[in-house]
Design a protein around this ligand. Sequence first.
Ligand SMILES: [Zn+2]
Length: 265
Amino acid sequence: MEDISSAFSHRFVLTDVEQQEIVIESKENIGVKTNKFFLVGVVLSDKPVNKEALRKTFYTIWKPKARVTIVELEQNRFFFAVNTRAERATILNGGPWVFNDYLLILAEADEKVNPIRIPLVMQEFWIQVKGLPLAYMTRAMGRLIGTALGGYVVTDQSKKVGYLGSYLRIRASIDVTKPLRRSLKLRLDGDLLEVEIRYEKLPITCYHCGLIGHMEGSCTRKGVVYEDDKAKPYGKWFQQDVLGPDYRRPSGRRFGLSSPTGWFM
Ligand SMILES: [Zn+2]
């Protein structure tokens, strides 16, 4: 039987009375009946997010056809109830989304699961793999690299965005609790090949530790102080070669949910 208990009983020895289960024959009559579709999201930021600002942004960017309920579950973690399955799918598939330049990770939620317990650590990104020989710019290689990075989703095979061009473009899930990988070593028929990994629409990321969600000023892993940006483990270069020489690091823009066509709206 499905166990949806909290961790409480793992932390304490329960009394006999507390051990007794109340048996409910059917979930049908006890739960809330709903025709809403749920999302749970966390803004990966070291600063607290204002719920009203998030609500305004939600309406501005996603333009829901009817009222959306937004509940703050804990600091920077929110629960959204939208009105159609299609609306939820559009939101989920359009990411990565950013709020004030900080990553907003979203996942589908189910009314029967406690949304606090839904893990929000994986985020899909479009990724550019640079340095591959032309012969290996294939879907099979995309799958291999995507899997190595965290979770393969798809390889972009439209020629205009780089297939058979200067890079292989794949969509993959990344574990945001780990520093972003900048490169990957491949052993191909005995030969070592190092490819560079670049992320499109990257939200605020620390140039010292490579973690998403804070800037260097508030980095707790900062050891060495770098005079020159180029000497940092991560830096402007990390985005410049994806976004062009005019790239400027985002700095607290009010409305920053990324759109499918551009970087920021
Ligand atoms: Zn850091």
